[in-house]
Design a protein around this ligand. Structure first.
Ligand code: PLP
Length: 440
């Protein structure tokens, strides 16, 4: 009997999943917002927790059946608080965007003003204006004012920010929230330098650690909650190597407002299997996070230096290129970020194009921006060190500067990649990092 078209679709999906796994096991994954979770996290997210509801707060659920879920969620909160030295943790946000929405909902009203980095200055679309379909503007009705940005130093300008806030106050537009953190994020933001000033105006300070959560956990970036941030939001899957999800941290005084915003405001199911996966990742970060984060910083520096030595214009040169997991490269001497991204993909080097300071003024857009962004989190997690960074920089040079055919470089990349197939910095390493798990 001929196969039904339904069964054909069903089979096709599995074959695409398998091809994807194989492709990534042969690739150099440099997307700065991505990482590879441990086999333990993968085990947690295929558990039955993923089929359950646990609305509300552990111990005060809306449904029965949550005995073990509650135990895990209490443990998850305990680990999150220990990892980030916070008094309060809400582990329910299903993503970083939802975590940010919890802050907007808890600490502002529609029509209020938020101070945030613009996108070419590293901001994330969840901090963005309504006219750009940014979450803050579109979903919560916030009006956005951008921080003045120093493109040479690649960070927020402290003095100009103070002047801007004073000016905004004069015009009756004092911000309710100051959002720090970003997606293109090479150097710490001046939280310490601005916190007292912002607090003197009663501005709520949130630090969006989506990208740098794993570095903060390892003690290798700034420590926002000690520098004056009231709350901290994050994704749990970027430098932090958990399952996809979000987290909000704060002090006791913020607890009630955030809890209400999260439920019933922003979640019904909070994806409990991912909550369990977060707990596992927090335990791994507590145990292995320092070594992991310090290797990330060494790798990112080595990568930036190698690219610069090959002639690339690496941003943040005056400050040593980076103090995070990211490198940003201006590729306008060769083509543009979009074209470079596509060429590298043909050689299994996965990067993303990036708007960089100056792009919008020059009329460049998101499809053909001036830069690319490179992240070393995932390649660090699978065991690569400084020497491998130099090799990857050389592959990129061959394709982008020397314009060699990516297909000719591909076999070298596959061979280079063979030795890095296990997740490091975790308790259990049995399953291969990119191994496909068949349950049928
Ligand atoms: C990625 C990112 C987010 C969004 O996180 P999701 O988990 O994808 O929803 C929020 N803020 C910043 C700064 C980010 O880079």
């Amino acid at each position: 009997m001929a196969k039904s078209s339904n069964k054909e679709s069903y089979d096709k999906i599995f074959s695409k999943l398998k091809e994807h796994h194989k492709w990534f096991s042969n690739s150099i994954p440099l997307i700065a917002s991505e990482n590879i979770p441990s086999p333990a996290v993968r085990e947690a997210i295929i558990s039955d927790f993923g089929n359950r509801y646990a609305e509300g707060w552990p111990g005060e659920r809306v449904y029965a059946g949550c005995v073990y879920i509650d135990d895990v969620e209490f443990e998850c909160m305990k680990l999150a608080k220990k990892l980030y030295k916070a008094k309060f943790a809400d582990v329910r946000p299903v993503s970083g965007v939802v975590a940010n929405l919890a802050i907007y909902s808890a600490f502002s009203n529609p029509g209020d003003i938020m101070l945030a980095p613009s996108i070419p200055a590293g901001g994330h679309i969840s901090h963005g204006k309504k006219e750009h379909s940014g979450t803050a503007g579109l979903v919560h009705g916030l009006e956005i004012e951008f921080y003045p940005f120093n493109a040479e130093e690649m960070t927020i300008d402290v003095d100009k920010t103070k002047a801007k806030v004073k000016e905004l106050e004069k015009n009756g537009r004092l911000p309710k929230i100051a959002m720090f953190g970003g997606s293109l994020f090479l150097f710490p933001h001046p939280v310490k330098e601005l916190a007292n000033f912002l607090k003197s105006y009663d501005i709520h300070i949130n630090y969006d650690a989506a990208h740098v959560a794993g570095l903060i956990a390892g003690g290798k970036f700034q420590d926002p909650l000690r520098e004056g941030a009231d709350t901290m939001t994050m994704s749990t899957h970027k430098t932090l190597f958990g399952p996809q999800g979000g987290l909000v941290l704060g002090s006791k005084e913020h607890e009630e407002k955030i809890k209400k915003a999260m439920f019933p405001g922003l979640t019904s199911s909070h994806h409990i299997h991912h909550m369990a996966g977060k707990a596992i990742a927090f335990a791994e970060a507590l145990e292995f996070g320092k070594d992991y984060a310090s290797q990330i910083l060494k790798n990112a520096k080595a990568f930036g230096e190698a690219l610069s030595d090959f002639g690339f214009k690496v941003l943040g040169e005056s400050r040593g290129f980076t103090q995070s997991h990211q490198i940003a490269v201006n590729v306008l001497d060769y083509s543009d970020g979009g074209k470079v991204e596509a060429e590298l993909e043909k050689a299994n080097i996965i990067v993303n194009r990036q708007l960089i300071p100056g792009d919008i003024k020059a009329g460049r857009n998101y499809f053909h921006p001036g830069g690319i962004r490179l992240g070393v989190s995932e390649i660090t997690r699978i065991g690569m060190k400084q020497k491998e960074m130099k090799e990857i920089a050389a592959f990129i040079k061959e394709i982008v500067i020397e314009k060699k055919d990516p297909k000719k470089i591909l076999p070298k990349i596959k061979a280079f990649r063979k030795d890095y197939q296990k997740v490091q910095y975790c308790f259990d390493k049995k399953l291969g990092a990119y191994e496909y798990v068949k349950l049928r």
